[in-house]
Design a protein around this ligand. Sequence first.
Ligand code: 3PY
Ligand code: MG
Length: 248
Amino acid sequence: MLSRPDPTRPSAGAWCGLGDPGVVELLHGAGFDWICLDAQHGAWSDESVTRTLKQLPPDGPETAVRVAANTPAAIGRALDAGANSVIVPMVQDPRAAASAAASCRYPPAGDRSWGPMPALWGRNVPTPQEANRAVGCAVMVETPYAVERVDRIAAVDGVDMVFVGPLDLALASGVSVEALLADTSPTAPLRQVVAACAAQDVRVGGFAGSAAWSTTLATNGFHAIAIATDSGLLANAAARTLESWHGP
Ligand code: 3PY
Ligand code: MG
């Protein structure tokens, strides 16, 4: 789940919001450990998610979809389209976490409905049992309310990863993201999440999108970090290229 090929460092993910299959294809081959298509806030439709996942080589880095909502339909469609895992936003309590985990797995482990699309274009599809074993379910903790319940969220059967959204968590906490990330007190939200996951042997991931924020999450012991966004990579490369062309 949001693979960690080298246990000595967190896995590095690219977060794609531009909604462009070509951009995902390029980043998929660029050396990231995993790629996330952000269908909550990014410019993705069901159709473009399917088209994008369909064109990727099956043996490349893991693909995740951050679904728009914690519903069986949104989760089922992302997995049907061929995503290896889902990242489910705004999971507030153990009940919501259990619903997300159930939506990821076929009966008897869950309540996912059968209908994998890769069969339509001739790819081998795993059996329900294989699919249940291979799928990854990451639930996002992004409010103080959820952090208070993170011990019980991480304990839910079928939750493979707790994934922190620092932007929403800071917003809902009434502090800046910088203040949230700089908090090293014993009750710091990041520490609470990491400790809860360690106690349950569940992996912990988070969105960063910049080198500085990635370093903070890595220092806190996160296993999977979205270190860059597609739009950020493009904007930074454009700025650097123009700077070297015109001079600083
Ligand atoms: C957050 O930081 O709240 C996110 O959901 C990242 O996109
Ligand atoms: Mg968020």
